[in-house]
Design a protein around this ligand. Structure first.
Ligand code: 5GP
Length: 194
């Protein structure tokens, strides 16, 4: 998606540990106009597919999922990362390993909001090592729902998430695929390689 790649080139900052900072439009401040276009593009990429629910993880996935949800016209469910009194006790759970925090954590969705009749599209901000995506897939599988695919805003193509998703048979549509961030220089995969 050219508009997105342009924005990443303009404001993206490469930080230590291969982290791309895009706080000015995706992870802290939100560029609604751009994210609205992102939502539209996801609709285009999954055109003709039956989707009854969009699933994401809090916090960064929510805004993107909501904007996409308008075009799919379906509810958005976000998996919660913390156990709280507000969350129903009966939940589907996924396990996620965070490479940055070096620990496992659970994500949970109440059984009220997902069931075996659902066709689920996962939406997330980044695909890096694929752990968040696999954790969300676990929730879909536990609910015995159909996984339609995953819409990702930025895939770091030099990390193993894309490969893991392929091995898990997940149809991934990434709107920008970064092939390298060496020496702070961001390069994208050519559309023909995507
Ligand atoms: P995973 O490694 O499980 O694919 O990525 C997990 C989560 O870490 C993503 O959903 C995203 O929130 C965050 N993440 C991974 N890599 C980056 C990055 O380079 N920049 C930012 N801002 N977040 C990232």
């Amino acid at each position: 998606m050219e508009l997105l790649k342009k924005k990443i080139m303009e404001v993206g900052r490469v930080e230590a540990g291969g982290v791309l900072k895009v706080d000015s439009f995706l992870n802290h401040q939100l560029d609604i106009e751009l994210l609205n276009e992102v939502g539209k593009e996801f609709k285009k990429r999954f055109e003709g597919k039956k989707v009854t629910k969009i699933l994401t993880a809090e916090v960064s996935g929510i805004a993107i999922a909501v904007l996409a949800g308008q075009y799919f016209n379906v509810p958005v469910v976000f998996a919660k990362k913390t156990e709280s009194k507000n969350l129903d006790k009966d939940t589907f759970q996924g396990e996620v390993y965070s490479y940055t925090k070096e620990k496992h954590y659970k994500i949970r969705v109440s059984k009220r909001y997902l069931d075996s009749s659902d066709h689920v599209l996962i939406i997330d901000d980044f695909l890096a090592n694929g752990q968040a995506l696999l954790g969300l897939k676990q929730i879909v599988d536990e609910a015995k729902a159909q996984l339609v695919g995953a819409g990702i805003v930025i895939e770091k193509g030099f990390q193993k998430g894309g490969q893991l998703a392929k091995e898990a048979n997940i149809h991934v549509e990434s709107l920008a695929i970064i092939s390298s961030m060496e020496d702070g220089k961001i390069s994208f995969k050519e559309p023909s390689q995507e």
